[in-house]
Every structure is written in C-alpha cells, then in structure tokens.
Design a protein around this ligand. Structure first.
Ligand SMILES: Cc1cc2nc3c(=O)[nH]c(=O)nc-3n(C[C@H](O)[C@H](O)[C@H](O)COP(=O)(O)OP(=O)(O)OC[C@H]3O[C@@H](n4cnc5c(N)ncnc54)[C@H](O)[C@@H]3O)c2cc1C
Length: 371
C-alpha cells in the first residue's frame, strides 16, 4: 500500500525543491534525509546564480542554467509566500573581471556567443570597473551581467522545505538508513527504520550519494563527490557590491554584510576537512582580487561535496527499465541555480506531463544501465 504518492530521497536543495513542486501539483509527498535538511553540499554553497559565468560553450548546460535563472525570477515570490521565509534572493549583478590580457580575450569571446542569452551583458573598461567596484585590484576590464545574482542557499533550502510542508508534504530529517525496497523485480518504495514504506514513485535526490543508492538497485548513475572549501569573511565595509569572479576566486556580498569567498575544487573522495592548503588558496585568491580582504576577520570555513557526473551535466529523469524511479542528481557547481527548474521538471514528469525543456542530454539513460 502506498503511504504517500511520492518519496523524495535526499533533503538538499534539489530534494526540497522537488518536494515543493510535487506537493504544489497536488501529490502526497514524503521527503526523507538521513541527516538535517540542507546540511551537505547545499550548506557549503555560495548560492551564486550565474548561468553565463558557469558556461564555456552554447548547448544544453547553458539552456538549463538559463531556465534555472528564469525560474528564480518567476517562482521565488511563491516560495516566500508558501514558507513565510526570505531566502535573500538578490539580482545584484555578476562581474567577471579580467585579471590579465588573456582573460580579457576570453571574456570578449564569451560575450560574443553569450549575447544570445539577452541578459544585457556589458563590457567595462578598467576605469569603469574601478568606478563600479572601487575595492577591486586593478584589472584588464570586466564583463557585467546585471540580471544574475545570488541567493542564500541555507535559507533557500529551509524555505523550500517549509513551503513543501505548507503544501502538505511530510518532512523526515534524521531518518535511519533510507534504502530501496525492491520486490518482484520492481521498486516498491523504501526501507527505513526497519519499516517498509510503499510509494508509486521515488525521486532520488541524494546528491553525491546518489550513485551508491542506485547501485543498491544495480543501476549505474556515475556521480562522484568533488570537494569544495569556502570561507566567510567580515570587513568594516563590504569589499564588493556585485558577485565578482576574478581568476580562480569568487566573492559574494551577503545580505548580512559578510563576504563569501570561494571555492576550491578538489578530487578528494569523501573528505570534507577544511585544510590549511585550502584556506591558503582561498585567502590568496581573495586578497589578490580585493586587497582590503587582507584585514578581514574569518568568521567561518566549511567544505562540501558537489555531486558531479562524468560528463558534467546533471542527471535528471526516469531510468529506462526501472519503473517508479526518477533521478535528480549531478548538479555539480550549479545545484542552487538549477534547483527550481529541476523541481519543475520532476513535477512535470511525475504528473505524466512534458518537461519544460528537452531532457535527452540529461537523461540517466545516457549511461550504461545494468540490472
Ligand atoms: C563550496 C561549494 C560552493 C558552491 N557554490 C555554488 C553556487 O554558487 N551556486 C550553485 O548553484 N551551486 C553551488 N554549489 C553546488 C551546489 O551546492 C550543489 O550542486 C547542490 O547543493 C546539490 O544539491 P543536492 O540536493 O543534489 O545535494 P546535497 O545538498 O548534498 O544534498 C543531498 C542530501 O541527500 C542526503 N542523503 C544522502 N544519502 C542519503 C540516503 N541514503 N538517504 C537519505 N538521504 C540521503 C544527504 O544527507 C543530503 O542532505 C557549490 C557547492 C560547493 C561544495
């Protein structure tokens, strides 16, 4: 017997968004996490919403990322209304700074093809960058994207969970061992706490842990953890007003006046330690970008595991040959940006409707699936 229509496994930002859209569509939803909601990659994230800064070529990635940004503009007020919480969504603009001549050439090239996105990209000469962001070191120009911005990822996932609850979803954080229940060659639901829970549909949104969960079903979803370390710094006055990308660093001005400094990208397995090398890399990059950060107080440091697929694209959709399972994983560096559009897609698929954009490039079926 189904205890609810849909189980969502994983309460990071992807699972919370899926739960909200599913509940809003009228489905009965249980959201399961083995820990706190939003406690893993989501908690470490910078919350940058920058589809163009994250895209190197035209194609399905940038299409999904742009749809992700549009979904924020369209749905964030409904998240606020349903939750009563403010996720601090800010369209403050994203500035990509050219730290040398080669970076300036690359940014001009990006500006060419990215003009198609119609986000009013604007090239700034070095003195214009200095006027816009006086706290930055001298540079070779910059590319300003006024419609991009950021959101507070922890507040966002909390708001999505509260919004899902408001719409009738049941939230189950700190659930003991949530494992698949197979019977008669098909997925029937979950085992947790020694109990069987039947569902019509299971949405697998367990971030970097999705591969292990799928492996218990003899399914191959090649998503691995990619470690990212980050810092939060406090200065007398915020060093930047825009999200700034400079070299390998980025700075995010938060609503509380602190600055998020990100982020390392490390193939380090399941290691989530904050290391001396990580802090050195982050502080060196940040001070080179905005010299006033030399005097900043480090308020906190953290690390998280980005869920990365082998081809770098998210894994979204049903798995051929496995009825009753939809995957929403592998969002790598852009799970916050893509969470709302992913939730929309999951709700469309669960309701038997067409997805809002072509899903073939993201299909779990692109990987070899062995039963
Ligand atoms: C340092 C850093 C900076 C980042 N910056 C940005 C950014 O600026 N913009 C952006 O868009 N993205 C950013 N990201 C990426 C973004 O954080 C991730 O893509 C996103 O959080 C992934 O969300 P998720 O819900 O898939 O995974 P997670 O947030 O990791 O959530 C997965 C959840 O599944 C749960 N789980 C695992 N196994 C089980 C199980 N068996 N049963 C039940 N629950 C289970 C976990 O406890 C966890 O809560 C950043 C990531 C890092 C690490």
């Amino acid at each position: 017997m189904a205890s609810a229509d849909v189980a969502v496994v994983g309460g990071g930002v992807i699972g919370c968004a899926a739960a909200w859209y599913l509940a809003r569509a009228g489905l009965r939803v249980d959201l399961w996490d083995r820990g706190p909601l939003g406690g893993e990659a989501t908690a470490a994230s910078a919350g940058i919403l920058a589809p163009l800064a994250e895209s190197v070529t035209p194609g399905p990635f940038v299409d999904l990322a742009l749809a992700g940004l549009r979904a924020f503009a369209e749905d964030i007020e409904a998240v606020k209304d349903d939750s009563g919480l403010d996720p601090e969504y800010r369209r403050c603009g994203v500035l990509r700074v050219a730290v040398d001549g080669a970076a300036a050439v690359a940014l001009h090239e990006a500006a060419g093809w990215q003009a198609n996105a119609r986000l009013n990209l604007r090239w700034l000469e070095p003195r214009q960058v200095a006027t816009l962001e006086p706290g930055l070191a001298s540079c070779h120009g910059g590319l300003l994207s006024p419609a991009e911005g950021h959101v507070h990822p922890v507040r966002l996932s909390a708001a999505l969970a509260a919004a899902a609850y408001h719409r009738g979803a049941a939230l189950h954080p700190f659930a003991p061992a949530v494992e698949p229940w197979m019977e008669g060659g098909r997925l029937r639901g979950l085992f947790t706490g020694g109990e069987r829970r039947g569902y019509d549909l299971v949405v697998l949104a367990a971030g970097a842990w999705s591969a292990g969960w799928a492996a218990a079903l003899s399914l191959r979803i090649p998503v691995r953890p990619v470690k990212g370390q980050m810092l939060i710094a406090r200065t007398v006055a915020p060093p930047v007003r825009h999200v700034v990308f400079a070299g390998h660093s980025y700075l995010v001005p938060r609503a509380d006046g602190t600055t998020y400094i990100g982020a390392t990208q490390e193939e380090a397995g399941w290691d989530t330690r904050v290391t001396a090398g990580g802090i050195a890399e982050l502080t060196a990059g940040a001070i080179a970008a905005a010299p006033a950060l030399r005097d900043a107080e480090i308020v906190s440091a953290g690390a998280g595991l980005r869920p990365a697929s082998v081809d770098g694209l998210p894994v979204i959709g049903a798995i051929p040959g496995c009825d009753g399972l939809i995957v929403a994983a592998g969002h790598f560096r852009n799970g916050i940006l893509m969470c709302l559009v992913t939730g929309r897609i999951i709700a469309a698929l669960a309701g038997g409707n067409a997805a809002p954009l072509p899903l073939e490039p993201f299909s779990p079926g692109r990987f070899a699936v062995a039963w």
